[in-house]
Design a protein around this ligand. Structure first.
Ligand SMILES: C[S@@+](CC[C@H](N)C(=O)[O-])C[C@H]1O[C@@H](n2cnc3c(N)ncnc32)[C@H](O)[C@@H]1O
Length: 218
């Protein structure tokens, strides 16, 4: 998996990053810390995506955010720094979210991020008991085989006009290779096809980083 915007390579990517957004020092520090993890660091969203999501939080005036897939906390921190938001963040890894907690504390946003250490499907099921229509924005960036469950649950949890952001929808180009039929790729292909035909929502897929679908609940 690549966390760099598809089609922007080498010097062009460096130039883009130098003029396309401003990254807060604490976010730079978190990226540097995450890089020390080696291979898993590729799971972190790119800084351009963090800036894009922060811009959306500001434009929407979002207050209530749900994130499924937190890792070391970059996306949640980018959104938390963007406005007066309350975030429920779901992940299964204590090790990785311990890094997230440390950085949220350092950035002064820890009291606004409610981390749920449980499978995303369980967190969504719990929220469906009393938080239907509550969220302005949802970010899905966890296990791909559960994306459809997150999508259907998320449509109930979002308010009308709320925005769902779905990550990795271009999946490193694998979705156009007919010989690639592993569970994750098949799940992403099926969900992309489902959403573009889903009259409950409006869709605009943005080719930033590994592909990010913007799905607006009607
Ligand atoms: C791509 S990373 C998330 C990156 C993060 N959004 C960021 O900005 O750095 C995916 C995360 O999903 C988590 N995850 C995997 N399976 C999960 C599940 N069933 N429920 C919740 N989180 C899960 C992993 O532990 C990992 O931290």
């Amino acid at each position: 998996m690549s966390n760099k915007t598809i089609g922007l390579d080498g010097a062009l990517y460096d130039y883009y990053c130098s003029v396309a957004f401003r990254e807060a020092d604490i976010l730079k520090e978190l990226r540097a810390e995450t890089t020390k993890l080696g291979g898993p660091s590729a799971m972190q969203i790119g800084p351009e995506q963090g800036a894009f999501m922060a811009m959306l939080v500001k434009l929407m005036g979002a207050r209530h955010i749900l994130e499924i897939g937190t890792f070391t906390g970059y996306s949640a921190l980018a959104m938390a720094l963007a406005g007066d938001v309350q975030i429920i963040a779901a992940d299964v890894s204590k090790e990785w979210t311990d890094v997230a907690r440390r950085f949220w504390s350092k950035a002064g946003v820890a009291s606004r991020v409610d981390l749920r250490l449980a499978p995303g499907t369980e967190t969504i099921a719990a929220l469906l008991k009393d938080k239907s229509g509550h969220f302005d924005l949802m970010f899905i960036d966890a296990d791909k085989s559960s994306y459809d469950t997150y999508y259907e649950g998320g449509l109930k949890l979002l308010r009308s006009g709320g925005l769902m952001l779905i990550d990795n929808v271009l999946w490193d180009g694998k979705l156009v290779d007919p010989t690639v039929n592993d569970e994750d790729s098949s799940a992403l292909r099926a969900l992309n096809a489902k959403i573009v035909a889903d009259t409950r929502v409006e869709i605009c897929m943005v080719p930033i980083c590994d592909g990010l679908s913007m799905v607006r609940k009607k």
